[in-house]
Design a protein around this ligand. Structure first.
Ligand SMILES: Nc1ncnc2c1ncn2[C@@H]1O[C@H](COP(=O)(O)OP(=O)(O)OP(=O)(O)O)[C@@H](O)[C@H]1O
Ligand SMILES: [Mg+2]
Length: 337
């Protein structure tokens, strides 16, 4: 056989580096595909192990999303459910603070992130745990932030949970979309509003936002909806109270001589009206309670400091409404099958 028959490959410097390049590129692609597959599996596992996933959203900032998220989680935990909170807001450590976990660091075990345990055993994961210090401003560019959220969701080991409550930054931004696309089987969203007109307008935006996310609206909660005052007089006394805007409230003391009246601070029934207008359930109203503000500062949530108080009871009612809605949905599913 002549030389011409033997397979000869001539490596020119250019070709060689090209093939090295493509090997490196292939390896990178495979690693990416592997990471993506692992993440998908992790998401599916989370989907299986967590029975209910509820997003808490609002159109407007400062209406009490974090207060409601933590309150719902604690109220569910009070009933004996296994609960977690996922706090997507990376700009401030509100949720950890409200759950008594200020300055807490996360533990990592077998390459999975373990949630911190807050009040009543509620498991808490917050983007704020990634902050070096509370005062460090987080300015993450959009794609990095959304990538971090996805990775964060996939890397957390929640264990078995009955409910996962997901708290968001205000507005109809990219975060809810990222979460909705990453986490399978989200039950729906709870929209928080206050009775003011502008907050209501924004909650209307959230409702149409839900349609674009393809996540159903569980219902609307009206927060800061009136201020409850209590007083004492002879049992059976009729009491008249002059509230804001010249409105008079009447009450009668009970057999212990106690009366309680809820004054509407802003406007009555706005959340309910919006719910009716859009044909979504109204889940209930939460009173204005200065104890929430104190709880945010001293790290003891109102539901923990006053487990049988008016606010805890109002939260329990909202939880009941959410549960009956989820139950209804489930029955619908059964009928379809
Ligand atoms: N029902 C309530 N009664 C009294 N104060 C409340 C109530 N709900 C929330 N607050 C207070 O209002 C402030 C804003 O609440 P919170 O942080 O829960 O709102 P948010 O919607 O999560 O805000 P952001 O849009 O910044 O995330 C806090 O100081 C909180 O303590
Ligand atoms: Mg918040």
């Amino acid at each position: 056989m002549g030389m011409s028959d033997s397979p000869v490959t001539i490596h020119t410097p250019g070709q060689s580096s090209e093939s090295q390049d493509s090997t490196a590129q292939q390896q990178k692609q495979m690693e990416q595909a592997y990471a993506q597959m692992k993440r998908k599996m992790a998401m599916e596992e989370i989907g299986r192990k967590i029975k209910h996933k509820i997003m808490v959203l609002s159109g407007k900032g400062g209406v009490g999303k974090s207060t409601v998220s933590t309150g719902l989680a604690l109220s569910l935990a009070q009933q004996g459910f296994k609960v977690g909170i996922l706090d997507i807001d990376i700009t401030g450590p509100n949720v950890p603070k409200m759950m008594g976990l200020d300055g807490k660091q996360l533990q990592v075990e077998n390459k999975r992130i373990l949630p911190a345990e807050g009040h009543l055993g509620v498991k808490v994961i917050s983007m704020a745990f990634l902050l070096e210090s509370e005062d460090t401003p987080v300015v993450w560019r959009g794609p990095i932030k959304l990538g971090a959220i996805q990775q964060f969701i996939g890397d957390v080991d929640w264990g078995e949970l009955d409910y996962l409550v997901i708290d968001f930054p205000p507005g109809t931004s990219d975060e809810p979309l990222t979460v909705a696309q990453s986490l399978p089987n989200i039950d729906g969203m709870v929209i928080v509003t206050t009775p003011q007109q502008v907050a209501l307008l924004d909650s209307r935006k959230s409702i149409s936002f839900s349609q674009s996310l393809k996540v159903p609206v569980i219902g609307i909660v009206e927060n800061m909806s009136g201020y409850t005052i209590e007083g004492k007089a002879e049992p059976g006394t009729d009491v008249e109270i002059f509230g804001p805007a010249g409105k008079m409230f009447k009450a009668t003391t009970n057999e212990e001589g106690i009366f309680s009246v809820t004054l509407d601070i802003f406007k009555e029934g706005g959340g309910k009206a919006t719910a009716e207008e859009f044909g979504v359930p109204f889940l209930g109203a939460l009173p204005f309670d200065p104890g929430f503000v104190r709880g945010g500062d001293d790290g003891v949530h109102r539901i923990v400091s006053d487990p049988n108080g008016a606010s805890a009871k109002a939260f329990a009612k909202v939880v009941e409404a959410i549960q009956s809605h989820l139950q209804l949905d489930r029955n619908d599913d059964l009928e379809i099958i």
